[in-house]
Design a protein around this ligand. Structure first.
Ligand code: ADP
Ligand code: ADP
Ligand code: ZN
Length: 213
């Protein structure tokens, strides 16, 4: 099964993608996580991506598409995957579609996690991330067992640089301009499924599993 997660920054795509990955036994592929791991390791790709991420802008399509296609060509993606944060532009969606067409494959579902802008800033300022294992928490809604410590790996949790309010409003603008058109793109292909992302994490997941089966 191949799934795409759509939604504004902070809508809960990553949170749901991790649960989907676990339930269906497929890898969770997050372009944001790949970029952050590269930044942490000081790679050339990381340096390049950081210039855009820090401003709340998208990393150029050319670079992003290459990273993603390399990742999904790996063996563990053979049974499918859940894409979180990709595609984010129409050109990215077109390249993905074309690459899959060539293999005689297709995306099964595009799950749109719907959360209004008003809720987003609060979600982001409370988000705490583990840069080591990619786990995500929320200070009020999904707190770690011990403050600022990752439940999974014991590393310190941080507020991402791009989750500061100044950057969040920029990211929302970028979302509306460049990513939201994907809702029409996947509606036209008959695979768009919208869920109410303002519900409790477990209830959002229940609506998703109803759709995926
Ligand atoms: P969120 O879902 O909270 O916005 P992500 O971790 O998905 O965060 O993305 C963080 C940043 O990484 C984005 O703001 C953007 O700069 C970059 N990025 C991630 N995925 C893509 C993509 N598919 N295309 C372009 N830039 C991306
Ligand atoms: P995205 O990947 O779309 O940027 P995340 O999954 O990282 O979003 O979630 C953004 C923030 O909101 C995180 O702090 C996360 O713990 C929290 N969160 C996720 N889902 C919910 C929910 N259903 N209700 C409340 N908070 C949530
Ligand atoms: Zn961790």
């Amino acid at each position: 099964m191949k799934i795409i997660m759509l939604g504004a920054p902070g809508a809960g795509k990553g949170t749901q993608a991790k649960m989907i990955a676990e339930k269906y036994g497929i890898p969770h592929v997050s372009t944001g996580d790949i970029f952050r791991a590269n930044i942490k390791n000081g790679t050339e790709l990381g340096m390049e991506a950081k210039k855009y991420m820090d401003q709340g802008l998208l990393v150029p399509d050319e670079l992003t598409v290459k990273i993603l296609l390399d990742r999904v060509a790996q063996e563990d993606c053979g049974k499918g995957y859940v894409l979180d944060g990709f595609p984010r532009t129409i050109p990215q969606a077109e390249v993905l579609e074309e690459a899959l067409n060539k293999l005689g494959e297709k995306i099964d579902f595009a799950v749109n996690v719907d959360v209004p802008d008003e809720n987003i800033v609060r979600r982001m300022s409370g988000r705490r991330a583990c840069l080591k294992c990619g786990a995500t928490y929320h200070v009020e809604h999904i707190p770690p067992k011990k403050e600022d410590v990752c439940d999974t790996c014991g590393s310190e949790l941080v507020l991402r640089d791009d989750d500061k309010p100044e950057t969040v409003s920029n990211r929302l603008k970028v979302y509306h301009e460049q990513t939201q058109p994907l809702i029409d793109f996947y509606t036209a292909r008959g695979i768009l499924k919208t869920v109410d992302g303002t519900l409790d994490m477990k209830d959002v997941f229940a609506s998703i599993t109803d759709i995926l089966g």
